[in-house]
Design a protein around this ligand. Sequence first.
Ligand SMILES: [Zn+2]
Length: 143
Amino acid sequence: MPITLEEAKALKHGDQLHHSASTKADGSCMVYRVSGRPKTWKTRPDEVQVPLKYGLRGTAYLTEKDLDSVHLEGDCRYIQFRDLIPGDMFEFRNRVSGMAEGPWLKRGPRLYIHVDDYHKGVPERHKVGSINVWVYIVRDHPL
Ligand SMILES: [Zn+2]
């Protein structure tokens, strides 16, 4: 989930933000470290500017326009496929060739079903090999 304007204003030096679209080479979220106090303005309450560092020397600012692109480290829902547990509903972070778009439900060890099929009562179960990809945990699912 994206961070809110209030959360952005409350960030502190050293806090970590994850980028929701950019990943590191291993597929995990790109991490940004807050490097100073968020700047706010009394006359422009809808705006914020947070200084960030990333990688070895990168610097950037988070503003109110970027809130949808980042999430708090503690809110991160991206995990590796192999770390899913039965009951988890998930979507693949990146398109996986040959796999329908999610969400998918993990029903047991090596047992997955597409949510559309689950709703239709389709008995077919989709087995997926153990693949080294990242997925997004869907928490607010209707099942
Ligand atoms: Zn993350």
